[in-house]
Each structure stands twice: as structure tokens, then as C-alpha cells.
Design a protein around this ligand. Structure first.
Ligand code: GDP
Ligand code: MG
Length: 162
């Protein structure tokens, strides 16, 4: 059966933007304010010869709860449903406490995790990725969801780990 890839990370880091890039169409709604993706969160993706299913966990929300509870639940769903997890962080903001919390949850799961450092739109931001080694997830991959930079590198890792 097809492997499952889940995208996780705190609000506004660019999960839906990356998801849409991978899927090749605008399936998830990209929001300018931190919030929810109310559109479809499951889609089909492919890279080279591999097909997979992909989930934008940012679209799964608890009715009445704070961001911390939502993000924890999203990480748990990713761990339960996915074979490979793409953990997205914001390369312009550095490591936040929420990033560290997600990292700890993912680490405990022993699922393969790819760390995508988003919003590296320009080479001048490339050195920002080194801060994210502190998350203990492995080598950070610089990406720009908006410009489509580095998405192929992430997908190479995805299909290697699927
Ligand atoms: P999500 O909440 O994690 O799903 O984030 P979204 O995909 O909705 O994006 C949140 C905001 O970040 C939107 O304004 C996007 O246009 C912006 N964004 C996403 N990816 C990038 C990127 O690579 N570079 C820049 N500069 N902005 C981005
Ligand atoms: Mg979203």
C-alpha cells in the first residue's frame, strides 16, 4: 500500500504552502494569520517513481483549545498515521519553545522525521538553519515553500525513508 507522509509544525511556519507545493495544486488554504487550514488535508503526492499519501496536520483542529493542545494533537496524529514525518519550522524566527515541544514528541515516537527549515527564500538566510540542530532531529534542510526551493531535497529524503 502507499506510504503516508505527514506535515507537522506550529502555526504559520508554512505547512500548507509546502503541502500544496508537493501536491502540485492549491489544496490547502494558506493563511496570513496564524490559524487553521479549513480545506482538505489529505492529498496524493508523488516524487520520481514513488506515490504516497500526504496529510497537512495543521488542518486538524480541536474545537475549544489553545495552540499548544492543537499542535500536540497534530503531532500525535502524525505519529499514528504517518510512515515519514516532515517537521516544518520557520527559518526566520529561530527555535521557539513550541518547536522544541514538537521535537520532543516526535523523538519519542522513533518515526523517521525530516526537518524542513522554511522561509529560507534567499541564500543570505542559509546560515539560519544551524540553530535548528539544537532540536536534535538531525540535519536541517533549507526550503522555501513560496519559491519552491529545497522541496526536491525534502522529497528525496521522504522517498528514501518511506
Ligand atoms: P501554516 O499555518 O503552517 O500552514 O502556514 P501557511 O502555509 O498558511 O503560511 C503562513 C504564511 O507564511 C503565509 O503568509 C505564507 O505565504 C507564508 N510563507 C509560507 N512559506 C513561505 C516561504 O517559504 N517564505 C516566505 N517568505 N513566506 C512563506
Ligand atoms: Mg495551514
Amino acid at each position: 500500500s502507499e506510504g503516508v507522509v505527514a506535515i507537522v509544525g506550529r502555526a504559520n511556519v508554512g505547512k500548507s504552502t509546502i503541502f500544496n507545493r508537493i501536491v502540485g495544486e492549491r489544496v490547502s488554504i494558506v493563511e496570513d494569520t496564524p490559524g487553521v487550514t479549513r480545506d482538505r488535508i489529505y492529498a496524493h503526492g508523488s516524487w520520481l517513481t514513488r506515490d504516497f499519501r500526504i496529510i497537512d496536520t495543521g488542518g486538524i483542529e480541536l474545537e475549544k483549545s489553545d495552540m499548544t493542545a492543537s499542535i500536540k494533537m497534530q503531532a500525535e496524529i502524525a505519529i499514528e498515521e504517518a510512515d515519514v514525518i516532515v517537521f516544518v519550522v520557520n527559518g526566520r524566527e529561530g527555535v521557539t519553545p513550541e518547536d522544541s515541544m514538537v521535537a520532543r514528541i516526535l523523538q519519542k515516537s522513533k518515526k523517521p522525521v525530516i526537518l524542513a527549515v522554511n522561509k529560507i527564500d534567499d541564500n543570505k538566510y542559509k546560515d539560519n538553519i544551524y540553530d535548528f540542530y539544537a532540536l536534535g532531529i538531525g540535519d536541517p534542510i533549507p526550503v522555501s515553500g513560496v519559491h519552491g526551493i529545497g522541496i526536491g531535497d525534502v522529497l528525496d529524503e521522504v522517498i528514501r525513508l518511506l
